[in-house]
Design a binder for this molecule. Structure first.
Ligand code: NAP
Length: 244
């Protein structure tokens, strides 16, 4: 039986590229979206199952994703869905905190809870599990002040991933972080509006923005389960713009 991978946010962008690659690799994939339709090629593929859940809604987490993650049927969990919302540090407290809270909910609290359910189900079934969390270069380098909530959420996700990795390897659980710089998706286009197009390649070794397919290639490699001693690592993909 082929591995079963769960990936959040695969209607567009990086998640779409990852889900497509994992289907191509022969895995069964359950993918989620918030509102945009799943790509036609997924809907017509028997190895793909689509679920609709808003990670900002705790009831969606419990009712839609909870049963699947707690069932112990999945082998790989990829927390990809995320939001990138700006709020200037000098904006009013309520507006700034709205963005802060929503960002932590979608980018950190929800993936942490999904991971908790996934890990506990693996432990109960005494089966191996792979967690891959999509963070960001911002977790390491920081972001501009407008996106401080985003950087903080991704730094939190990274530390969470490392904590799982340190403690659960002996139980068959491994966990990795991927930290992309700008990737060519709708999310990067939001940055163009705030920071200008030139900002996307200014620090890069290349003239072009990184494609989602390159991130998908990293996930494909990690999902194979061949490098368990890399557990806790962050794989950086940012066009050489920030080397650690
Ligand atoms: P994207 O093009 O904006 O796509 C976001 C995906 O997440 C969509 O499938 C969207 O679903 C889903 N999503 C958003 N909010 C959600 C919510 N509240 N509940 C459930 N699903 C939700 O973003 P992307 O560029 O592919 O980013 C994917 C991941 O990579 C994110 O975690 C992001 O932080 C990270 N990342 C991206 C970049 C970049 O430059 N693009 C850089 C570093 C890290 P709908 O289509 O239904 O709205």
């Amino acid at each position: 039986m082929s591995k079963h991978c769960i990936i959040t946010g695969c209607s567009r962008g990086i998640g779409k590229a990852i889900a497509g690659r994992l289907i191509e690799d022969g895995y069964r994939v359950t993918g989620t979206r918030r509102s945009a339709p799943f790509p036609e090629e997924f809907q017509s593929n028997s190895r793909f199952n689509g679920l609709t859940a808003d990670l900002a809604e705790n009831s969606d987490l419990e009712d839609v994703l909870g049963p699947l993650l707690k069932s112990g049927e999945a082998d790989v969990l990829i927390n990809n869905a995320g939001i990138f919302t700006d709020a200037a540090i000098w904006s009013d407290d309520n507006q700034w905190l709205d963005v802060w809270d929503r960002t932590q909910q979608v980018n950190l609290r929800a993936p942490a809870l999904l991971t908790k359910w996934f890990v506990n189900a693996c432990l109960e079934k005494k089966k191996e599990g792979i967690v891959i969390n999509i963070a960001s270069r911002a977790a390491y380098r920081g972001d501009t002040q407008e996106y401080a909530a985003y950087a903080a959420s991704k730094a939190g996700l990274t530390a969470f991933t490392k904590s799982l990795a340190r403690n659960l390897g002996k139980n068959g659980i491994v966990a990795y972080t991927i930290a992309p710089g700008f990737i060519e998706t709708d999310m990067a286009l939001e940055s163009v509006e705030v920071l200008g197009r030139e900002a996307l390649t200014r620090d890069s070794a290349f003239d072009e923005i990184t494609t989602p397919d390159e991130v998908a290639a990293i996930v494909s490699f990690l999902a194979k389960g061949e490098v368990k001693h890399m557990t806790g690592s962050t794989l950086h993909i940012n066009g050489g713009s920030y080397m650690i």
